[in-house]
Design a protein around this ligand. Sequence first.
Ligand SMILES: *Cc1c(COP(=O)(O)O)cnc(C)c1O
Length: 483
Amino acid sequence: MTTAHPGLPPTGRPADELLAELRALTAGDLPTRGGHTTAYTYDAGRPEVREAAERAYLAMLEVNGLDPTAFPSIVALERRVVGAVAARLGGDDSTPGIFTSGGTESIMLAVKAARDIRPEIAEPEIVVPATAHAAFFKAGRYLKVKVVAVPVDPETFRAVPATMAAACTERTVLVVASAPSYAHGVVDPVAEIAAEAARRGLPCHVDACVGGWLLPWLAEAGAAVPEFDLSVPGVTSLSCDLHKFGYTPKGASVLLFRDRPMRLAAYFACAQWPGYPVVNSTVQSSKGAGPLAAAWATLQALGADGYRELGRAALTATRRLIAGIADIDGLRVLGTPDATLVAIGADDPSLDLFDLADETRAHGWFLQPQLSVAGLPASLHLTLTGVSEQGVDDLLATLRTAVPAVRERGPAAPPTELLALLDQFDLADLDDATFAALLPAAGFGPSRMAGVNRLLDALPPQLRDQLATRFLSVLYGPYLDAS
Ligand SMILES: *Cc1c(COP(=O)(O)O)cnc(C)c1O
């Protein structure tokens, strides 16, 4: 007699069949190649580079990064990758670093190191510009470190060094600058911020997650790039994601430190349990070596020439996009981007940007909605990469037709009944089924996110977060399947 196990076939299935199923599932995803998904994905547009990464990933598929003494290959590879990144970003062969799974993990470890190196501070704080990445808030909540978010210049969207300095107290353990910020693509005045931090004896982390492996190549392509790396006095750590402008598969970031004691404070060890003594450089313990091998292979397969060319192409695309936006009535670029990340704002209140995002998505262009916050307006985000150049004209043409159409419809009112309901009830009192039943009233549907974004935008930050996590819970539950 056999027992049925839901979700498992009674006997194993062939790989071809499984891959066909994966292909069918991913058919509904946004495209990861070709540059039409202007966030999340970074396509180098080079099949031979992708193949190198894929094969390297598979070659190391079974190696476990948990124990560097059992698998010395991961130490050798990590030293090469960290060394290459350090050499490009103001360090050298001896610069201490950690290969992590992504920007968020790099940032969490930078914050942990800054916290743990000052154990005498009972209620640690970090000072960040209001434009700093959400990962700092995540680090704050996970690590019980207070995040002091300081207003930025409302015109340039850059951090203001004097305001940052004024926010430092005897509880401050870290000061942060972005190079560039994700939301607006502008580089904070790193030199001034780091100098002010150093004057107070405080470490300064530069979040170059998106810019670390982009800005140096843009500089070589002729862009004016402000100084931001470890060569800047006072900068004590820096994060640089390779799974963004390194064009490597996801799961690849590098965290660099100016000195070894700080890196030591990022590490974790535990030899007080009956199992093997644990010593980790990262949050993860057992981990695949695939992302590390693929990152190394991608760096080697592209080489300096490859990155220089991808940087040049992304820069050209960005300049053409910015010039084109200036000619579209109703749109404007927020601030003056220093990299190839652009935030498009509305200069007409009747233009609903969230609606515009749905509209362009229906025409094959995914632009990423960004909410208004701390006095900064809502916007649509675009990250332009090495393959964006061919698409810019089509994107501008799409915007030229979409903007008047969306404007015509006028600004959609925030869903007042829902807002009233949220005002009346504690979200915690609604179960997932009830919450799911409310979503259509907010205009949520396949590829229609405007309603949800509009709702979030209308709420205060704390309620936003509650609503967003509830949305995620519903998304992973059974309640939306039927609709
Ligand atoms: C992407 C990004 C992060 C977070 O990185 P993940 O890899 O998504 O975890 C942090 N800071 C900036 C500036 C980023 O662009």
